[in-house]
Design a protein around this ligand. Sequence first.
Ligand code: CO
Length: 134
Amino acid sequence: MIGRLNHVAIAVPDLDAACAQYASALGAKVGAPQDEPDHGVTVVFIELPNTKIEFLYPLGDDSPIKGFLEKNPAGGIHHICYEVDDILAAREKLLAEGARVLGSGEPKIGAHGKPVLFLHPKDFNGCLIELEQV
Ligand code: CO
């Protein structure tokens, strides 16, 4: 069921500084910031040869990233995203296996314009997992 690693998301306390560092020190191809009001984040994608890095920065007062950055002021890995072919089939299988889907349980449209779901980190070794249908 699980497919490729789509991206690793890093919450950053200073988006401009993080972009400048990846562009300059790492020579990375850094995309333009995109506001995602439905998710309470501003995202920047960095293209690597085999996957992407997603910078997450809080957008709005009830951003889910705000609390994360309060606990991790220097930033940190926030989630990893795996690709699936059929997100509803993946959800049914995971629910049957006892995993918890966050929020309403219905897929939302993620930063790439594709349906995504998040799985409870306590069910996955402390790691928040995003599934994206590709
Ligand atoms: Co993501």
